[in-house]
Design a protein around this ligand. Structure first.
Ligand code: 4NP
Length: 156
């Protein structure tokens, strides 16, 4: 399975989500590919935000190798599952993907951990270190639920 985590800048939330899910799939012995992208393209080629890197490092996850890249319509041909961090990201994804948008491949991240609530992972950009820890915890919990849902025998 190929999974793409998406936020606006691909420097704060989705790099954490990529790192956390990658770590969990490796520990679970799953052969998934995990990547991330951003809808606004403002930070192309940049490393993850220093505070995202720090919060991941404190949890034993190194995301320093990641680089921001733009979300593209063609991602709908290349990934099985595309996970926006928030409703505004989902709207941007629809706009960018146009006719390639495939609703069957998309689920808001926090709908894994809090089903049918359509909650956002709050954007921590410009906010405190505590906000990044909160984002990490939300993502960590949701990624456990994502793996559970997509590996469970109950899955259709
Ligand atoms: P992210 O946070 O979407 O979690 O990477 C943001 C980073 C940068 C911007 C917006 C959100 N920006 O507008 O530059």
């Amino acid at each position: 399975m190929k999974v793409l985590m998406v936020c606006l800048g691909n420097i704060c939330r989705s790099p954490i989500a990529e790192g956390v899910l990658q770590d969990k799939v490796e520990k679970a012995g799953l052969h998934w590919q995990v990547d991330s992208a951003g809808t606004n393209g403002y930070h192309n080629g940049e490393h993850p935000h220093a505070t995202s890197q720090m919060v991941c490092r404190l949890n034993g996850i190194d995301i320093s190798h990641q680089r921001s890249r733009p979300f593209q319509a063609v991602d709908f041909e290349q990934y099985d599952l595309i996970i926006p961090m928030a409703a505004d990201v989902l709207r941007e994804m629809k706009y960018i993907a146009g006719k390639k948008y495939d609703t069957g491949k998309v689920k808001l991240l926090l709908n894994y951990s809090f089903p049918n609530t359509d909650l956002d992972v709050p954007d921590p950009w410009g906010r405190s270190v505590a906000a990044f820890h909160e984002v990490y915890d939300l993502i960590n919990h949701a990624c456990d639920a994502l793996i559970e849902e997509h590996t469970s025998a109950k899955q259709p």
